[in-house]
Design a protein around this ligand. Structure first.
Ligand code: UDP
Length: 696
């Protein structure tokens, strides 16, 4: 409900009283008061600290607001020439300074009251002794219970021709002053890229630029979104002004105590790196409690080791194992209770799919926001840990600014209706709304239940894209029935995969003026894969175990005949064909293009991709041959003089051998004509190499 009362006499002694009602100091009120401050509006809050008896605002109610206004009006000097501006607070923002509001108000002919609870209008002249007293008269027309509907009350006054005409009540149909959002969202345009310094809204139907906005009823979430921009919160040139205002400076010794609430709910690629990231957080461990929940038996061994090695570094540590049979909602409730019982000031909730920079927690704590997530995304996808909007069923909806925030076209901290995977929550908020905030609701996931309950309690959630905080790993193709399933993640989780499995010197291959090693003519030698890659690659083959017989019959080949047979396992047999071809394209091809200049073939084609096993008692060597390839790569998976004796590759035309191959290093040579070659005898141990015949 929005109401203005005024004297028609335009004298200079005119006073404006700005009033609102708020029984609770919540995020909605803080936003409202900030907008008042931005526009130099001195507003008086009625009812603060009182028990709200205006009913559940999801239903008609709010009579308490009428009664509080009545109470206030009786204290004002009725003889004074006064304009009253009265609005809700939790879902209202001022968009203009008071003189402009008053000016517009006065431009309504002969208006004294101006309201738009629904959609009705009218006016008649009457000359009252005091205009303020008229407003008092109106609110006193009939007794209102606190739980009665305030809108119904004012609508009744308005619909009665007697009161409407005598009090000259007018409705602001066109939103010249007041823009109620509910039901007209498609009429409202947010203007951010204009010549004006600050974004504003206009009504595209009435062509007005409203001076106040009210996110009444279900339009509250839209107001939350608009509020990110309005009242000088953000602009393309100033950036996020609101973020700057809220930022806190906290001395090292004053950093708050945080419960690190870790959730491993599903098989997660690169979990070791996730656990390491917890240790690497740039936050004093003596300010951290640990709550470590793992619900995935596959990870339990690793998690157990982590907990045993590190739990004593935290103020306190609690774990929940798969064998505890707690569901996620129960576990999250337990974590919340633990924070509330240990006097921690924040919960930093982080799921195993979230990978964040070490400064993230510190950043969030000093952001000044009560509920805030760092924006992270699945690389290459529009999938993130926030939603810009929710649909009427409570599920994901794309907001107009989702992509801009997701891809950092605009930067700041954004009030959004849903966050997940990694976020900070101030415990005082949880304490204050303890009965209301929940992770458990029928038919929805715990994170949806949580955000739904925050929304209903009027607690604002935010996502920040002020910085690059990290990313989400993608668990979708992660198959823990495989041996070393992380090796298979080269396509879906590139960043982690590269860090763990590429050779630490791989990038050096591309340094300017680098001389590439050439142990034999046109045989190039590059560091490609890490030691760990090689060890795990071998383990995958040995776990599979079905090495070929080493004879000429090979059913894996189209013709069933192998001219130069080895004891081997093809990548297609262990489900690594797609991954290996990706490795060829992404990591091998660029090397090839550097040394065999002018040969470009992208993607490289290869049907023969296999690990060969040489053993004295099995197949110790391979007779001279050409490969069916344009170029061949030969990756050493283990180390001479450590894992085996002998071995190597001899190029007969040049009488040149490479014997001291290096684990993770790749030999690359032309396949035919010049590079007739043989596999040298292994005299002891087992030698493994990974071979591809590229572009046959
Ligand atoms: N209000 C209050 N305390 C409450 C609930 C409501 O002070 O516990 C006031 C506050 O000014 C709020 C207004 O009543 O903005 C109307 O409530 P709400 O915004 O939920 O209702 P709507 O605008 O959707 O009718």
């Amino acid at each position: 409900v929005l109401l203005l009362a005024s004297c028609l006499a335009k004298n200079s002694s005119e006073k404006v009283v700005v009033l609102t009602v708020a029984t609770d100091d919540n995020h909605g009120l803080q936003r409202f008061l900030r907008s008042a401050k931005v526009y130099n509006i001195d507003v008086e809050v009625l009812g603060m600290g009182r028990k709200w008896t205006g009913g559940n605002m999801d239903f008609p109610g709010g009579g308490m607001k009428v009664n509080l206004l009545k109470e206030k009006l009786t204290t004002l000097d009725m003889k004074e020439d006064t304009i009253v501006l009265f609005t809700d607070s939790y879902d209202v923002m001022y968009l203009s300074e008071l003189p402009e509001i008053v000016k517009r108000f006065k431009s309504f002919p002969e208006t004294r009251f101006c309201s738009r609870p629904s959609s009705t209008a009218g006016r008649t002249p009457r000359s009252p002794p005091s205009y303020l007293s008229e407003l008092l008269e109106i609110v006193q027309l009939k007794a209102v219970e606190d739980s009665d509907d305030d809108q119904l009350f004012y609508t009744g006054v308005y619909l009665d021709p007697a009161t409407r005409d005598s009090f000259k009540i007018n409705l602001d149909h066109d939103a010249q002053i007041f823009q109620n959002l509910n039901g007209v969202l498609s009429d409202i345009q947010l203007n951010t890229n204009t010549t004006e310094e600050w974004p504003f809204i206009n009504n595209t139907v009435t062509k007005q630029r409203p001076l106040l906005v009210h996110g009444n009823g279900p339009a509250k979430l839209t107001l939350n979104q608009l509020g990110n921009y309005l009242a000088h919160s953000w602009s393309p040139t100033n950036g996020c002004e609101l973020c700057k205002e809220k930022k806190l400076e906290i001395k090292e010794e004053d950093l708050p105590t945080v419960l690190l609430s870790v959730f491993i709910e599903q098989p997660t690629p690169f979990l070791e790196e996730f656990l390491q990231q917890l240790l690497d957080l740039s936050y004093p461990q003596e300010k951290l409690h640990l709550f470590l929940r793992n619900n995935e038996p596959y990870h339990e061994e690793l998690v157990d080791k982590f907990f045993k090695e590190h739990s004593d570094k935290y103020i306190s540590a609690k774990r929940v194992k798969p064998s505890d049979f707690l569901n996620e909602a129960e576990a999250r409730k337990l974590a919340t209770e633990r924070c509330l019982n240990t006097a921690c000031e924040f919960i930093f909730s982080i799921d195993s799919v979230a990978r964040v920079d070490k400064n993230t927690l510190r950043y969030l704590v000093t952001s000044g926001y009560d509920v805030i997530a760092p924006k992270i995304m699945r690389p290459g996808l529009a999938w993130s840990n926030f939603w810009g909007a929710v649909n009427s069923a409570g599920f994901y909806a794309r907001s107009t600014d989702y992509m801009d925030i997701a891809y950092n076209v605009i930067k700041g901290i954004w009030n959004v209706p849903f966050i997940t995977n990694v976020y900070l929550v101030k415990s005082s908020v949880l304490r204050k709304y303890s009965g209301k905030v929940t992770y458990s609701r029928p038919e929805v996931d715990p994170d949806m239940a949580f955000c739904q309950s925050l929304r209903e309690a009027g607690i604002f959630m935010h996502v920040s894209n002020e910085f690059q905080f990290g990313h989400l790993v993608n668990p979708e193709s992660y198959d823990v029935t495989k041996t070393h399933p992380d090796v298979y993640q080269v396509i879906d989780n590139k960043e982690e995969w590269e860090a763990r499995y590429l050779h630490p010197d791989y990038a050096m291959n591309f340094e300017d003026n680098r001389t590439h090693l050439q142990p034999c003519p046109d045989v190039y030698w590059f560091p490609l894969m890490s030691q760990r890659f090689c060890v795990e690659w071998i383990a995958i083959m040995e776990a599979y175990g079905k090495w070929s017989a080493g004879d000429n019959k090979d059913d894996r080949l189209p013709g069933g005949y192998e001219a130069v047979p080895t004891r081997d396992i093809h990548m297609s047999q262990v489900g690594l064909e797609r991954q290996w071809l990706h490795i060829l394209k992404e990591y091998v091809r660029p090397l090839q293009e550097m040394v065999f200049i002018g040969y470009y073939h992208n993607p490289p084609v290869s049907v023969m991709n296999f690990v060969v096993r040489y053993r004295p008692d099995e197949q110790p060597s391979l007779r001279p041959h050409h490969d069916a390839s344009t170029y061949t790569i030969n990756l050493a998976l283990n180390t001479p003089h450590v894992d085996y004796e002998g071995g190597g590759c001899k190029f007969l035309r040049y009488d040149c051998s490479v014997r001291d191959t290096r684990q993770g290093w790749l030999l690359m040579h032309p396949g035919r004509v010049t590079h007739y070659h043989e596999g040298l005898q292994v005299t002891n141990g087992t030698r493994y190499i990974m071979i591809s015949f590229v572009d046959p």
